[in-house]
Ligand binder design. Structure first.
Ligand code: TXA
Ligand code: MG
Length: 330
């Protein structure tokens, strides 16, 4: 049974750092809050620690993990920054931006964390987790704190329901404000390439850098670029139907915006991601509402159309994975 530790006060935080550190030093994983989703964190420099993440999640080992750092100075000890990546780090860290960068030789990050690649995905999270990393003095590898292929957790209770029997400590930072995972980009030959849409919209990256962001040519390309981007992911038990313009009485509806959808009044359950059609609010509710719709006992989940701009790109990416045929789960 996991111990759930709040971080509402400075005293709580100190206790959470002490409890998490004690588990991390035994090379076991702890669940940590970030602004995007909860992570399952372990020492990125220690093979047993990283193995414990893969085992706890049931995650394929060819899928590299994001390494979390306390700040940009710490990140520069592990990876080489080109000028554009440094600009992105300065603009968006701490925050939901992961940079894939060349790994420095013998820097200490274990090859199990990077799945043997010569690059590493790095981000600096907001708040408690950066403090924990600074206190520990080493990077934390952390994928989302869910069983592989399932919906990412945005509350400590989500983590507890899925992994509570397998881990010792869950640090409870409340609901994650962003609600979708970080945006992953890789700078190559002076171009910014999007590997995964996420909590920072492409338009915002373009506005800050004055450069256009290259998207993968097809969704299939992303599977090769970011190995974790397997087609079926974020899989609820109920079948997910996208761009629904009507809903049946046995389905749950995930709505968006003020508009009415035919059959909504007799749907099995209705969850509106954002009644005012605010994509930031919708992202923060997405995973919780998918989980609730799934738990409602509905035969299927009908999802209203979501605009494909701003954070809508990340929302639609996750929804497409939730709707994809099963069998290729990551
Ligand atoms: O917001 C987030 O990014 C959350 C929180 C916990 O920080 N983490 C997260 O991690 O989503 P994870 O492990 O579920 O997703 C990591 C993604 C995978 O798709 C993986 O393939 C990709 O990052 N990735 C990691 N290192 C990479 C690398 N060196 N090259 C390409 N892709 C990489
Ligand atoms: Mg994940």
């Amino acid at each position: 049974m996991a111990r759930i530790i709040p971080i509402a006060t400075d005293k709580d935080k100190a206790q959470a750092i002490a409890a998490a550190t004690e588990v991390l030093l035994r090379h076991l994983p702890v669940a940590i809050p970030t602004e995007t989703v909860y992570g399952l964190a372990a020492d990125a420099t220690h093979p047993a620690a990283i193995t414990s993440i893969y085992e706890t999640k049931g995650r394929p080992r060819f899928n590299p993990l994001i390494c979390h750092m306390a700040d940009i100075e710490m990140a520069e000890r592990y990876a080489d920054f080109d000028p554009i990546s440094r600009q992105l780090a300065k603009a968006f860290w701490p925050g939901p931006m992961t940079l894939v960068l060349p790994l420095k030789d013998n820097c200490g990050i274990h090859p199990l964390a990077t799945a043997g690649l010569d690059t590493v995905g790095i981000r600096v999270p907001v708040g408690f987790t950066a403090e924990l990393i600074r206190s520990l003095g080493r990077p934390l590898a952390a994928p989302s704190a869910n069983s592989s292929g399932r919906i990412s957790p945005t509350t400590a209770q989500h983590v507890d329901a899925d992994l509570g029997q397998k881990i010792e400590v869950i640090v409870d930072g409340g609901p994650c404000p962003v609600g979708v995972e970080s945006t992953i980009v890789k700078v190559e030959d002076g171009e910014i390439r999007l590997l995964r849409p996420g909590g920072i919209a492409v338009e915002v990256i373009e506005a800050v850098t004055g450069k256009s962001v290259m998207r993968p040519k097809t969704s299939g390309t992303a599977a090769i670029e970011a190995p974790g981007m397997l087609a079926s992911h974020y899989a609820p038990n109920a079948a997910v139907r996208l761009n629904a313009t009507e809903v049946s009485g046995r389905e749950a509806l995930i709505a968006f915006g003020p508009g009415d959808i035919s059959g909504a009044s007799t749907a099995h359950a209705v969850f509106n991601l954002s009644p005012t059609a605010d994509l930031t609010e919708a992202a923060s509710n997405l995973f919780d509402y998918l989980k609730r719709a799934d738990a409602s006992g509905a035969t299927g989940i009908a999802v209203a159309p979501i605009p494909d701009e701003g954070l809508g790109e990340a929302i639609n990416d996750r929804l497409m994975r939730a709707a994809a045929p099963r069998g290729s789960e990551g």
